[in-house]
Design a protein around this ligand. Structure first.
Ligand code: GLC
Length: 531
């Protein structure tokens, strides 16, 4: 592996949900100038790239994931000039910008769709998936929408059905149409030319649907009707590989450009299959964030991921995003951050690119939204079985002032009431805070090539609460020990070398010699280096 720092491989990527980061206008919604103002904070935290959830014009049925124009900035977030200033300010702080590209579907307000539905003769008609009704007016086949109900929507104006895997306001485009393909590929060039360094590709593995629109086979078990199908014909079609190749060719024409795909219904094998030379640089595998807080389960999934990717591909790890209950809510305890520190050390010391989600560094918890305040349409539809994704999208907690310093207006989602005690300003002042811990850990990671580039060797720690692994790069060897229990635990490792503490959640004497046996404190994360 080369010694040069490659931002997406060696760095840390921080996801921002722009609506909720920082509002400079009093609109109650975060904006691009707000992100620009906080670049100092992000540089100080020690991240290398920002992935911005969509900032294109959108009617916000799915809060930006329904795009009405791929080449513009939504006025509620600012102007193109604001965006250019953000890219520039970030670049000066050595932070890359990663755009979220939602290319499986557009908004139903996108001019392509408006024209497409208006006439069979529209040049845009074939930009979408239109099909005639089956006899009796039935939908063309059995495909379902992930967000509930049928995937096919009858359109009175068009006198045909169109397909939407997500909300009906998000019609799927027809990637088999060469014009659509060209338009979409051009979107990459457009943003790369503006200085964007990378892309997160929304649900890329469903771009193609079966050309003959065959029914999916059904199965007996599954939570939702969508899960009671085997997605043979609406997911993972072979034609996708050609598009990944085209995307990669474009990216390779730009310096250090990158793409990570959101593998929808991920498995490690599937995500790995789309990763590599001539494909995407990386794909998400969500099996780790879906795991319960048990070191054995985590380790099993890490090994599966490593195994699926092989030595030539680079893993990535993510515990949070805008679709999932926050890790501090899933795994944390009330306002105590001891467990979150152990998880932070895990995330930041595994072999692979770590992804952070805004507020993770201060241990933000999900908000509880009352039924009448739910904004996410799937939450409205499925409450109380599923309450939607508003919980993890609440405004960033900057300080203890009214509205947490996020806005002078009415925030679009309620603040978590804990913002009075859990906020950036307060954690900046307290040495023992989670925020300080993240900063220290990120700095430690950056200065230790074994953590940034090294290989990983999982170890058996002789205790089921303790996770252990080594990271090695040339002559640097680090040993990571994570105690997932609140009680102190003994660990015994089969190593015959001498190690000294380098980093710990607890105070450890720097000359405590470790030769294989150790008593870890409750919730201790300890990194040792070989003497
Ligand atoms: C992805 C996004 C999610 C969105 C969906 C449809 O899963 O992460 O937020 O609702 O795609 O675009």
């Amino acid at each position: 592996m080369d010694s040069e720092f490659l931002w997406w491989r060696d760095g840390v990527i921080y996801q921002i949900y722009p609506r909720s980061f920082y509002d400079t206008t009093g609109s109650g919604i975060g904006d691009l100038n707000g992100i620009t103002e906080k670049i100092g904070y992000l540089a100080d935290l020690g991240v290398d790239a920002l992935w911005l959830s969509p900032i294109n014009p959108s009617p916000d049925v799915d809060f930006g994931y329904d795009v009405a124009d791929y080449r513009a900035i939504d006025p509620k977030f600012g102007t193109m000039a604001d965006f250019e200033r953000l890219v520039e300010t970030a670049r000066n702080a050595q932070i890359a910008i990663v755009m979220d590209l939602v290319l499986n579907h557009t908004s139903d307000q996108h001019p392509w769709f408006l024209s497409s539905r208006a006439s069979k003769n529209s040049p845009y008609r074939d930009y979408y998936l239109w099909q005639d009704a089956r006899p009796g007016g039935k939908p063309p086949n059995n495909w379902r929408s992930v967000f509930g109900g049928h995937g096919w929507e009858w359109d009175e104006q068009a006198q045909q059905y169109y397909y939407h895997m997500f909300y009906k306001e998000q019609p799927d485009v027809n990637w088999r149409n060469p014009k659509v393909r060209e338009e979409m590929l051009d979107v990459f060039r457009f943003w790369l030319d503006k200085g964007v360094k990378g892309f997160r590709l929304d649900v890329f593995n469903v771009y193609f649907k079966d050309a003959q629109f065959r029914n999916n086979p059904t199965r007996l078990f599954g939570r939702r009707p969508f899960d009671r199908q085997i997605h043979t014909h609406d997911f993972d079609q072979p034609e996708l590989m050609g598009v990944l190749h085209d995307i990669r060719t474009i990216l390779d024409g730009y310096d250090a450009a990158y793409a990570i795909g959101e593998t929808f219904l991920s498995t490690p094998e599937k995500a790995a299959g789309y990763t590599g030379k001539d494909k995407l640089h990386a794909c998400f595998n969500f099996k780790i964030s879906e795991a319960r807080r048990d070191p054995r389960v985590f380790m099993r999934r890490i090994k599966e991921w490593e195994h699926a990717l092989g030595r030539d591909n680079w893993p990535n790890y993510v515990l949070n995003n805008h679709d999932t209950v926050r890790s501090a809510t899933r795994y944390g305890q009330r306002e105590d951050d001891a467990r979150m520190k152990v998880l932070a050390v895990m995330l930041l010391t595994l072999r692979g690119t770590p992804f952070l989600y805004y507020g993770e560094e201060i241990g933000m918890r999900d908000i509880q939204v009352r039924r009448r305040d739910i904004l996410d349409p799937i939450g409205k539809r499925y409450w109380p079985i599923y309450i939607g994704r508003d919980g993890c999208r609440a405004p960033m907690q900057w300080d203890a002032s009214p509205q947490a310093g996020f806005t002078d207006g009415d925030p679009w989602l309620p603040l978590h009431p804990n913002y009075i005690i859990r906020n950036v300003a307060r954690q900046t002042k307290h040495e023992g805070s989670l925020l300080h811990f993240y900063k220290k850990m990120l700095a430690f990671r950056r200065t230790h090539p074994a953590l940034v580039k090294g290989d990983i060797l999982p170890l058996v720690a002789g205790n089921r609460s303790v996770m252990a692994y080594q990271r090695r790069f040339i002559d640097q060897k680090l040993l990571v020990l994570l105690n997932f229990s609140a009680a102190s635990k003994n660990a015994a490792l089969p190593i015959n070398a001498r190690f000294l503490p380098a980093f710990s959640t607890h105070s450890r004497s720097p000359d405590m010699l470790f030769t294989g046996r150790i008593q870890l404190e409750g919730n201790e994360a300890l990194i040792l280096y070989e003497k």
